[in-house]
Design a protein around this ligand. Structure first.
Ligand SMILES: CC(=O)CC(=O)C(=O)O
Ligand SMILES: [Mg+2]
Length: 215
C-alpha cells in the first residue's frame, strides 16, 4: 500500500451516494434505501473556488447538496468495511449540484440521472483535507448557506451508511483508484438557486469554500 500520508491530490472519478440521510430522503418524498444508491459524475464536473457554477441550459430548478467527500488514497478492490479506512487518503468538501427538475423527470421515466447530476460544473470541491484532520469521518458537521442564510446544517453521524460501509460497498463493483472522490450524500435543506446566488459551505471548523452561481 502506498504511503497515504503523502497523498495530496484528487480529481479522478466521482462516485456519489444518494439518499444517505433519512431527512433528505423524506424531504423529496423518497423511500429510505436498504442498500447504498450509487451514481457517477464525469471528471468534467469538477470546479474549484474561483470558478462559477453554471445553470445548465433548460434547467429550471438547480439545487445545492453539500456532502462530505472521501478521497481514495490507494487502489481498493472488494475491500471489507473493517479495512476500508486504510484506503482513504483524505477528505474534501463537495457540492453535488443537481438539476432537480431533470432528476424528477428522469425518476418518473425510469431514466438515468446522468444529465441531472453530471453536467459541467456540477461538482464544486474544496481543497484537499489531510486524513489526520478528520479522525472520525462519521461525526463531522457540514453546513451550507445561500446569500448568508443557512440552508443545510447536518452531521455525518446521521448518515444511514457509514464511510467504511460506503467505501467497501462501492469497491465491490468499481475499482476505487487513488484520486477518486466518493461523495457521501446530503443532509436535508436542499433548495433552488438562481443566477448570482452566493453559496458558502463548510466542514466543521476545518474548511470553508464559496462559489457563485453564474449570472
Ligand atoms: C435524491 C438525490 O439527489 C440523491 C442525492 O444525491 C443525495 O445526496 O441524497
Ligand atoms: Mg447528493
Amino acid at each position: 500500500m502506498s504511503k497515504l500520508s503523502q497523498f495530496r491530490t484528487f480529481g479522478k472519478k466521482i462516485v456519489c451516494v444518494g439518499r444517505n440521510y433519512r431527512e433528505h430522503a423524506a424531504e423529496l418524498g423518497n423511500p429510505v434505501p436498504s442498500k447504498p444508491i450509487l451514481f457517477l459524475k464525469p471528471t468534467s464536473a469538477y470546479i474549484s473556488e474561483g470558478q462559477a457554477i453554471k445553470i445548465p441550459q433548460g434547467c429550471n430548478d438547480l439545487n445545492h447538496e453539500v456532502e462530505l467527500g472521501v478521497v481514495i488514497g490507494s487502489k481498493a478492490i472488494q475491500v471489507a468495511p473493517e479495512e476500508a479506512l486504510n484506503y482513504v487518503g483524505g477528505y474534501a468538501l463537495g457540492l453535488d449540484m443537481t438539476a432537480r427538475d431533470w432528476q424528477s423527470e428522469a425518476k418518473k421515466q425510469g431514466h438515468p440521472w446522468s444529465l441531472a447530476k453530471g453536467f459541467d460544473t456540477s461538482c464544486p470541491v474544496s481543497a484537499f483535507i489531510e486524513k489526520e484532520k478528520i479522525p472520525d469521518p462519521n461525526n463531522i458537521d457540514l453546513w451550507l448557506k445561500v446569500n448568508g442564510e443557512t440552508k443545510q446544517a447536518g452531521n455525518t453521524k446521521d448518515m444511514i451508511f457509514s464511510v467504511e460501509y460506503l467505501v467497501s460497498y462501492a469497491s465491490q463493483y468499481f475499482t476505487l483508484e487513488p484520486g477518486d472522490l466518493l461523495l457521501t450524500g446530503t443532509p436535508s435543506g436542499v433548495s433552488k438557486l438562481i443566477p448570482g446566488d452566493i453559496i458558502q459551505a463548510g466542514l466543521g471548523n476545518l474548511i470553508s469554500m464559496q462559489f457563485e452561481v453564474d449570472k
